[in-house]
Design a protein around this ligand. Sequence first.
Ligand SMILES: [Zn+2]
Length: 94
Amino acid sequence: MVKKKKPVRKKHIPQRTCVACREVLPKRALIRVVRTQDGIRVDPTGKLNGRGAYLHDRRECWEKGIKDSLAHALRTKLEQEDLYHLSNYANQLA
Ligand SMILES: [Zn+2]
């Protein structure tokens, strides 16, 4: 059951898209994942340099993103180590 929401533009709140479900939300409501030189990192502060992608803070989107759209969004291939790291992170989400 997926509700489609249209991006609502109010004032100047930065909007980002969850790469798994394509829902557009204020940046703060999403978790940033960054491709760094050392691999893929979860970046809750949003301050790491590198190509970033955003995911909801719910496991469903992480699992979907890890399998599919995240690698594409980051323009890379997820290595075994990245998958492990990301899955671990996903497992602690609701
Ligand atoms: Zn999502």
